[in-house]
Design a protein around this ligand. Structure first.
Ligand code: V47
Ligand code: SF4
Length: 384
């Protein structure tokens, strides 16, 4: 059956709560849903209800296209001055013998290790090390660009940026301009967690707050950079905290249009101070993606980060609003394996990513960081 008819049918089913029908009608009519609608969808809608609508929106925007890229990560250090309770990865400076600290030369060796390989993006994120300052990272980026100018540098969360820019005694505008000129092309979505102070104070009270996070992204957008946004869900937050978080992002996107993609990040509970908090079920995960697709109407892309979700569940999200699978990763990140993800050595080659996407009848497209098409694998299916 045609997707739109299917959606029509699901909102016309007998005994449906009137509030759900109203929210569903808005979505079918391409109207924006309110915070109240979003909350009702989380609280009262069944998974098939939100899934059908999210799939409709996904296919309206992208058809069957599912993007991925060829990327690798550099994690300069896991030493961190902050102590987020959900973090399984960081070590305090006082215990620095348990962590790692890479020099610029060591990180350049990682970059050179990709010489001759068709990666398009390096993702640089780590802990907030008190001795790795803004000049250190500006030097790193200048060296990367001197070596491989076309490699897109997506790096640093507002947590790292706020710390290094303040320490350099620069304004956010000055610091971001300097880093952009040194080679920083875009920002990843990390550090957002849950914006609402009621939760933020309980899970990460000492790092940059919501206003600081949003301000840094706004400044980046003003400089012409694109950025991503995340939300760490499935721990002690309530549904309304998720809506509040997404609303703040939607408002900034209305203002700047600078966000590329939204990435809900599922809380994983191994080896951290929140290990007593159970992880969310797969039904909850799919609902999260579906409601995100419906609420974030001004975000073009919704990404499932497979190293955190596991590749099977990431594949499932492609029926719940997701149109982007991140990238090849090449076993270069430890954040999620240390937090208990089933992906202990996250790496997928393009053949595996393409197969994962095609197995659920979607169309794999390799993109660059800015979603320009590099290769359409659906045109060469027979060759795979
Ligand atoms: O901000 C840390 C999260 C984020 C845990 O922009 C955890 O393309 C779950 O933001 N369970 C950093 N999540 C990673 C990140 C990211 C990853 C991939 C792609 C992009 C992108 C951004 O990781 C942190 C935090 O929210 N995180 N610990 C944990 N135990
Ligand atoms: Fe540090 Fe980031 Fe871990 Fe928080 S999540 S402790 S800021 S590395």
């Amino acid at each position: 059956m045609d997707r739109a008819l299917w959606a029509e049918k699901i909102i016309r089913q007998p005994h449906l709560l009137p509030e759900l029908r109203i929210a569903g009608e808005k979505i079918i009519n391409k109207e924006r849903i309110s915070e109240e609608d979003g909350l009702i969808l989380f609280e009262k809608a069944s998974l098939p209800f939100v899934g059908t609508l999210a799939n409709l929106v996904r296919e309206r925007l992208h058809g069957d296209i599912t993007y991925f890229n060829r990327n690798f990560h550099i994690e300069p250090t896991n030493i961190c001055v902050f102590s987020c309770k959900f973090c399984s990865y960081s070590r305090l400076y006082a215990h620095k013998e348990e962590g790692w600290e890479l020099s610029v030369d060591q990180m350049m060796d990682i970059v050179r290790g990709y010489d001759g390989r068709p990666v398009t993006e390096v993702h640089i994120v780590g802990g907030v090390h008190p001795k790795m300052n803004l000049q250190f990272f500006a030097d790193l980026m200048r060296q990367i660009k001197a070596h491989r100018p076309e490699l897109h540098i997506k790096g640093f969360t507002p947590v790292e940026l706020d710390y290094m820019i303040r320490k350099a005694k620069l304004s956010i505008e000055e610091g971001m301009k300097l880093l952009h000129e040194a080679g920083l092309d875009s920002l990843p979505g990390g550090g957002a967690e849950i914006f609402n102070p009621e939760i933020r104070q309980q899970i990460c009270d000492d790092k940059v707050d919501a206003e600081g996070w949003l301000r840094i992204h706004e400044v980046a957008h003003a400089l012409g950079m694109h950025t991503n946004a995340t939300m760490l869900y499935g721990h002690i937050e309530k549904y309304w905290h998720r809506i509040d978080h997404m609303k703040r992002l939607r408002d900034l996107q209305d203002k700047t249009g600078g966000f590329n993609t939204f990435i809900p990040l599922k809380f994983r509970n191994s080896n951290n101070e929140m290990s007593h908090v159970p992880e969310s079920s797969v039904v909850e995960d799919m609902k999260m993606y579906a409601v995100a697709r419906l609420f974030m109407d001004n975000f073009s892309h919704l990404k499932a980060y497979w190293p955190m979700l596991g590749r099977q569940n990431a594949q499932l999200t492609l029926s719940f609003g997701v149109n982007d699978m991140d990238g090849t990763i090449d076993d270069t990140t430890k954040i999620y394996s240390m937090a208990g993800s089933e992906e202990q050595n996250p790496a997928m080659n393009t053949t595996e990513l393409v197969a994962l996407i095609q197995q659920v009848k979607r169309k794999p497209i390799e993109r660059n960081t800015l979603y320009q098409v590099i290769r359409d694998y659906s045109l060469e299916a027979a060759a795979l």
